[in-house]
Design a protein. Structure first.
Length: 140
C-alpha cells in the first residue's frame, strides 16, 4: 500500500488531481515507465576523468595501438607517453620560471625549493619514461 501511495504521490505531483482518477494498475504502469526513463544522476566531472585514466592510455587519453606489440608493451609505451607529456609540462614551468627570474621582482618568482622540486620531478619523469621504453617484456 505504501508503494502505491508513493507512486500516486509522484504521479499527482506530475499531473495533479487527474492522478486520482487512474486505476492502481495504470498508476503502477506509469510509475514503472517513469522509473525506467529516469536518467541516472550525472557523475562529477573529476570522477569521470579519473575513471577514464587507465594504464593503457597515452597522455592524450587514447590507447596505444600498435599491432606488432603485445598488451604489456603497449602499456609501457603509453606510460612513456604520459611521462614525456608530464616532463614537457614541468620543463615549460621551469622555462617560465627562468624567464620570470630575469624580469620580475622576488615576490613574483618561484623559490629555490619549488625550482628544486620541479627539477626533481623532471628527473623522475625522465627516468620513468626511460624505464618504460626499456622495460623487458615477454613475447616481443
Amino acid at each position: 500500500m505504501l508503494e502505491r501511495q508513493s507512486a500516486n504521490a509522484r504521479l499527482h505531483a506530475l499531473i495533479g488531481d487527474a492522478a486520482n482518477t487512474l486505476s492502481p494498475a495504470h498508476i503502477q504502469r506509469i510509475a514503472d515507465k517513469l522509473a525506467e526513463a529516469a536518467a541516472p544522476a550525472p557523475q562529477p566531472a573529476l570522477l569521470s576523468h579519473l575513471q577514464e585514466m587507465k594504464p593503457d592510455r597515452c597522455a592524450n587519453g587514447s590507447p596505444w595501438m600498435e599491432r606488432r606489440l603485445n598488451a604489456g608493451r603497449c602499456n609501457d609505451m603509453a606510460s612513456a607517453s604520459r611521462c614525456l607529456h608530464g616532463l614537457a609540462s614541468v620543463l615549460r614551468l621551469l622555462h617560465a620560471a627562468q624567464l620570470t627570474a630575469s624580469e620580475a621582482e622576488l615576490d613574483q618568482q618561484l623559490g629555490a625549493c619549488e625550482i628544486d622540486g620541479l627539477l626533481h620531478a623532471a628527473r623522475c619523469l625522465a627516468d620513468s619514461a626511460a624505464s618504460a621504453l626499456h622495460a623487458p617484456t615477454m613475447g616481443v
